[in-house]
Design a protein around this ligand. Structure first.
Ligand code: NAD
Ligand code: TDX
Length: 368
């Protein structure tokens, strides 16, 4: 039986990972540590929170005493570090929390894991520090450049990406210098249930349902490689169960799309959902699809993100070849499932869109 400390487990990917892991490993102990920033929501853990398997701790990864206590008390053998400030636009407006959580916080976790796992009585056990990172550390690609491999030199270009790159370097340094047993995954853009509606896809869904503009940065030509969050969880599972200590694995969906094409595809799915279900007209009367118009009419081109990375693409051949990784969802099936989730879970997204969310969105979108 494993005892996992899952940091940032009330956020988007962390919560999906908790659901995924509790389904597959119901006997494992799951300790979630989360500071419940604007991006963390206990409601995202509700489906497993009374299973007796899960302990939720409201706290900060920078709090060394708390981490020491949890690692000892829960006999933690596996740390999965999702905790982070994760939104690029916020890192442009205010980088400080990104430095604090992503760099200083990851370092606090590394120090605590090293202290807890290096004593004599621990030598017979197997430990793992798994760090969840991003493709953004590799920088930006041109239209014909080869996709990022694990050997691509780091070239982060936003404060968010630089803070994640820094944390990756610290994790590797702890492995190399102190022998801390680590693995890292660098993943492409995730989408799926429980994603906070500031990231592109859920923002477009909730704005469309409310009949608000769909703000496309620049000309919408920027390209991202999209992966359903469950497929990211599958990748992390394979690395935790069969991965080699000290290795990094890129995880991606082989699904590159220009933003504008993805947004148009989503608008088409929304139109089709309204055509199939007349209840949606009553629930979301402001959506153009409710009056048989096209949701795409809400598309509005806005001022570009400063330093906007043009293209990300992941070469996932290492994890595919070494660990047999293959995403289960296509972008089409995943988008369909995700839209359905947001339609079925209106109370979740309305609850997380509080006053601070609305203030943020207002500063963000200056119409061009
Ligand atoms: P998120 O913003 O949805 O969730 C982050 C969680 O961390 C929240 O629950 C928040 O409360 C918590 N948190 C923040 N600061 C904390 C602190 N100091 N101490 C404890 N908890 C804290 O982020 P996400 O999209 O779920 O991303 C999770 C991880 O995956 C991040 O490390 C991110 O860099 C990485 N990642 C994300 C994507 C993506 O597309 N979203 C892609 C690749 C990698
Ligand atoms: O309103 C928007 N309009 C728009 O055109 C938003 C929020 C975004 N965009 C564009 C910017 C990007 O090209 O859509 C693309 C995706 O934007 P985000 O959802 O903000 O994601 P991105 O900046 O690509 O970063 C994401 O992927 C890597 C996550 O937020 C990171 O946490 C992850 O590491």
């Amino acid at each position: 039986m494993r005892s996992l400390l899952i940091t940032g487990g009330a956020g988007f990917i962390g919560a999906n990972f908790v659901h995924y892991w509790s389904r597959k490993y119901p006997r494992h102990r799951l300790v979630v540590l989360d500071a419940l920033t604007y991006a963390g929501n206990l409601a995202s853990l509700a489906p497993v929170s009374d299973a007796g398997q899960l302990r939720f701790v409201h706290g900060n990864i920078c709090d060394s005493d708390l981490i020491d206590t949890l690692l000892a008390q829960e006999d933690v053998d596996t740390v999965v570090n999702f905790a982070a400030e994760s939104h690029v636009d916020r890192s442009i407006v205010g980088p400080d929390p990104f430095i604090e959580t992503n760099i200083v916080g990851t370092h606090a976790l590394l120090k605590a894991a090293r202290r807890a796992w290096s004593s004599e009585q621990c030598s017979s056990k197997t430990y793992r520090f798994h760090h969840v990172s991003t493709d953004e550390v590799y920088g930006s690609l041109g239209p014909t450049d080869a996709a990022f491999t694990e050997a691509t030199p780091y070239s982060p270009r936003s404060p968010y990406a630089a803070s994640k790159a820094s944390s990756d370097h610290l994790v590797r340094a702890y492995g190399h210098t102190y022998g801390l047993p680590f693995t890292i995954t660098n993943c492409s853009n995730n989408y799926g249930p429980y994603q906070f509606p500031e990231k592109m896809l859920p923002l477009m869904i909730v704005n469309a349902l409310e009949g608000k503009p769909l703000p496309v940065y620049g000309d919408g030509g920027n390209v991202r490689d999209w992966l359903h969050v469950e497929d990211h969880c599958l990748g992390i599972e394979l690395v935790l169960t069969h991965g080699t200590v000290g290795e990094t694995y890129n995880v991606g969906g082989n699904s590159e799309r220009a933003n504008i094409d993805l947004i148009r595809q989503l608008c088409g799915l929304i139109d089709a959902a309204f055509a199939d279900d007349s209840n949606l007209e009553t629930r979301f009367p402001r959506c153009p699809a409710a009056r048989k118009s096209s949701t795409a009419e809400l598309i509005t081109f806005v001022k570009d993100r400063p330093g906007h990375d043009w293209r990300y693409a992941i070469d996932a051949s290492k994890i595919s070849t070494a660990l047999g990784y293959h995403p289960q969802q296509t972008l089409e099936s995943g988008l369909h499932q995700t839209l359905r989730w947001y339609l079925d879970n209106e109370s979740w997204w309305r609850a997380v869109m509080d006053g601070s969310y609305r203030a943020w969105i207002e500063i963000q979108y200056t119409k061009r």
